[in-house]
Design a protein around this ligand. Structure first.
Ligand SMILES: NC(=O)c1ccc[n+]([C@@H]2O[C@H](COP(=O)([O-])OP(=O)(O)OC[C@H]3O[C@@H](n4cnc5c(N)ncnc54)[C@H](O)[C@@H]3O)[C@@H](O)[C@H]2O)c1
Length: 408
């Protein structure tokens, strides 16, 4: 079985075979990822699409057909009506089709089940972040990551800063010792509010929540998981992808007082401590009218760095990345398709799972008000899944209260 799977990448080695792509989750990012995939390979085609909602799928299909035409890639969108799959089980039909690559771009809750289905069906995967919303989901993904490795399937993560050439070069400087040993990292993701899609009378509570998934922890993980993961992933990278020992934190919901914001917080501040004493102080806020800042500040024994600024200061000298700056989203897909063609294998699975867990740990220390160790978090049985995936009533969870909300 393994032998036949090893031959899968070689099938495309010559570059003259069409690599067939299927998109699951046809929203903003999914539509964008499909365009990135089109730009990445001369001989690929988007042949299948899936979204739980038919209106979202058709809108994305129209946008993609239009964009492909405008960018001189019209032949790359080849999605027939028969290959448009909808509903909660649509992904099962898409992964059973003859696509070679699956782009997973649904809300984070669905990632563990959809990633498993794609890998079981022997597909290469582009997997958006985060990869789960609870520890049960993270462990499920880690098992799937091991399956992908065994099958030599490519698994590229949407933690896009790992594919940014300036960030990579800055990280390289730090890894080579330019600032000495890392003592502290400050991660800021201080930003405004995001979209809200309203409520229509004919929507069930389940439809309302799935359409407004950002505001329900079972779907998004809360914004520390959904958005701040980009910063936390860089903190993990700085620590050689080794997880911290323990964390504590403070957070709350100061401005999101109306029901429309579901039950998520609007700010979090978390301190993570590593075995060697290094600490990461992570701050994230989604509020309008405040000062915004998104940056990673690293302090070492011999100097300091700003990761997104691409600068490293050691002694009297400051190094700055001045090289090429292609879109990191394009680079993700270029490297994925190049690996498929060359027979190499990329597997970003471990760090994408750990970064997700780092963010879940941060959320839980703030929700509960307790210090929690990495080991406790990894062993937690917490599973935020609903009892069934059906459009009908679904519980609106209570807002977490530090000191009262228990860690499951
Ligand atoms: N890497 C990045 O920079 C980046 C940027 C934006 C979003 N994202 C991530 O991409 C994912 C999607 O975000 P988005 O902004 O595109 O959201 P979105 O709401 O615009 O798109 C999500 C789509 O998935 C569909 N969907 C929901 N549940 C589904 C299911 N069970 N099966 C099939 N389709 C389903 C929705 O109907 C929607 O069309 C999220 O995980 C988000 O964190 C990453």
């Amino acid at each position: 079985m393994v032998t036949s799977l090893h031959s899968a990448p070689a099938l495309h080695a010559a570059g003259d075979d069409v690599i067939k792509v299927g998109l699951i989750g046809c929203g903003g990012r999914g539509t964008g990822a499909a365009v990135n995939a089109m730009r990445a390979d001369a001989n690929m085609q988007l042949v299948a699409m899936c979204d739980v909602f038919p209106d979202r799928l058709q809108q994305s299909r129209r946008v993609l057909e239009q964009q492909a035409k405008q960018q001189g890639m019209a032949g790359k969108v080849n999605v027939s009506d028969e290959r448009c799959y909808t509903g909660f089980d649509g992904y099962k039909q898409l992964v059973s089709s003859d696509v070679d690559v699956v782009l997973l771009c649904t809300p984070p809750h669905f990632r563990p089940q959809q990633l498993r289905a794609a890998i079981v069906a022997n597909k290469h995967v582009f997997c958006e972040k985060p990869v789960a919303v609870d520890p049960t989901g993270v462990r499920h993904v880690l098992e799937t990551v091991a399956m992908a490795k065994q099958k030599d399937l490519n698994l590229v993560s949407g933690l896009c800063w790992r594919y940014d050439l300036g960030v990579r070069a800055t990280m390289e400087q730090i890894k080579e010792g330019a600032i000495g040993d890392i003592q502290t990292v400050q991660e800021n993701y201080l930003t405004g509010t995001l979209w809200h899609r309203g409520r229509k009378e004919n929507w069930s509570e389940m439809e309302y929540q799935v359409r407004n998934w950002l505001y329900f922890t079972w779907l998004s993980g809360d914004h520390i998981v959904e958005q701040h993961i980009h910063s936390l992933d860089k903190a993990l990278w700085l620590m050689d992808d080794q997880p911290p020992k323990v964390a504590f934190g403070l957070g709350g919901r100061q401005m999101r007082t109306e029901d429309k914001w579901g039950h998520v917080f609007d700010h979090f501040a978390v301190c993570y401590e590593w075995e060697n004493g290094a600490k990461t102080f992570a701050f994230t806020r989604q509020m309008s009218g405040c000062s915004n800042n998104v940056e990673d500040y690293v302090q070492g024994t011999k100097g300091s760095a700003r990761i997104l600024h691409n600068s490293v200061t050691g002694g009297d000298t400051t190094w700055r990345y001045r090289g090429a700056k292609p879109s990191m989203y394009d680079v993700e897909h270029k490297e994925l398709f190049a690996a498929i063609r060359s027979g190499d294998t990329i597997n970003n699975g471990t760090y994408m799972s750990y970064s997700t867990m780092l963010a879940i740990l941060g959320r839980e220390v703030c929700y509960t008000g307790k210090s929690i160790t990495w080991d406790q978090a990894m062993k937690s049985e917490m599973d935020l899944s609903p009892t069934q995936y059906e459009f009908g009533p679904v519980e609106v969870p209570a807002i977490a209260q530090p000191g009262k909300t228990p860690f499951a």
